[in-house]
Ligand binder design. Sequence first.
Ligand SMILES: Cc1cc2nc3c(=O)[nH]c(=O)nc-3n(C[C@H](O)[C@H](O)[C@H](O)COP(=O)(O)O)c2cc1C
Length: 195
Amino acid sequence: MSDAPRILALAGSLRAGSYNRRVLAVAADGARAAGADVTGIDLRDFPLPVYDADLESASGLSAAALALKERFRAAEGLLIASPEYNAAISGTLKNVLDWVSRPAPGEKPLACFKGKVAALCSASTGALGGIRGLASVRVVLGNLGVVLLPDQVALPKAAEAFDADGNVADPARRKSLMELGAALARATRALRSPS
Ligand SMILES: Cc1cc2nc3c(=O)[nH]c(=O)nc-3n(C[C@H](O)[C@H](O)[C@H](O)COP(=O)(O)O)c2cc1C
């Protein structure tokens, strides 16, 4: 089996033209170039209702929630691009983290998160690039036992930041995103528990 660090990449937006999905793709390329095995998922493939404890009590975890949990469990590192909604984490991403944090029967608490390493990026149509939203993503993931890299990349003015092919137009910003992915690959390998 390959010893490449296993990284799960996801963007906290369901929007077809999501800018966060685009910056995620660049950072994921950086992680791959640094030797990581990156699995990208699209949250539109895992439809989840807004978390409701009564629903969980009545029906347990849905097939989509269990499938998402499996992706998280299998990963050693998390690469997350999060939109900023009202200066905080997007409802979509928070809802996903809430569902994934619920234990499956017999599962250890926080099995999908504890000891994993994460790197964060964002894109926003605003001037701050979504950086305020990343602060709340850090709070949520830190509380779940995830080790967060201090580096992060926020792409401002996203509506004007991509070229006609959908690539990040500014080479410096593109390099920062690639380096973020590479740093996550290195940190995931370095912090791996000895087997
Ligand atoms: C409900 C809502 C709240 C938003 N709040 C902020 C905000 O606080 N700061 C910001 O920079 N952008 C904000 N935006 C703009 C988003 O950053 C922008 O729509 C972005 O493109 C969303 O990410 P996506 O392209 O990946 O879907 C908000 C958008 C929505 C729909």
